[in-house]
Design a protein around this ligand. Structure first.
Ligand code: AMP
Length: 194
């Protein structure tokens, strides 16, 4: 694809994870801002999510936060976003993040990040979209994820083509090139079925 207009990040909300991860999230926010690409994310101030938003805002970028009403307090809804969309529930949050984004980037995170990542990958598997997904394997954090997918392929729970639905890069500096290099879908996409 060409340079995306907006990029959605999936990443952790934990405040206790590695400071290096948070620094990289912040740096990625800056990279998007410099490239003039809008950041779409979960709308909180906590963890990697907050760090990426701060990095983008500090760089003069546009940031769209998408947060369910019930998480406004727990994830500290970021009222400094360029646009803060408050949704009624989690499903509306994910649907909005999907609709507002041209590509998805997975930074280190926990179960919520995995949920979002596999939802977007399984939607791709079902030809519901053809948006690029890039896993940013900072410090090798996502190696077990790539291993798990290869394990599922070996045990024939998923076709080898699934491996083509995402790319893995080691550093946030490599993400935009990976998005631009992502292949288009081979079948027609049906976003109306999401
Ligand atoms: P985590 O990776 O567990 O720190 O979660 C990252 C983000 O994913 C947080 O903003 C969570 O609110 C969000 N999240 C967790 N579970 C879900 C879900 N089922 N649907 C949508 N977002 C979720």
């Amino acid at each position: 694809m060409t340079t995306p207009r907006s990029v959605c990040i999936f990443c952790g909300s934990s405040e206790r994870a590695a400071a290096t991860h948070r620094r990289e999230a912040r740096r990625f926010g800056g990279i998007l801002a410099r490239a003039g690409i809008e950041l779409v994310y979960g709308g909180g101030r906590v963890g990697m999510m907050g760090a990426a938003a701060e990095g983008a805002l500090a760089g003069g970028g546009r940031v769209v936060g998408v947060i369910p009403e019930h998480l406004m307090r727990r994830e500290v809804g970021h009222t400094g976003c360029s646009e803060l969309i408050v949704t009624a529930n989690m499903h509306e949050r994910k649907a909005t993040m999907f609709a507002r984004s041209d590509a998805f980037v997975v930074l280190p995170g926990g179960p919520g990040t995995l949920d979002e990542t596999f939802e977007i990958l399984t939607w791709r598997q079902l030809s519901l979209h053809d948006k690029p997904v890039v896993v940013c394997d900072i410090g090798g954090y996502w190696k077990p994820l790539a291993d798990l997918v290869r394990h599922m392929v070996r045990r024939r729970y998923v076709q080898r083509s699934f491996l083509g639905f995402f790319s893995v890069v080691p550093r946030v500096d490599d993400v935009l090139d990976a998005i631009r290099a992502a292949p288009p879908a081979r079948k027609p996409v049906r976003a109306d079925r999401i």
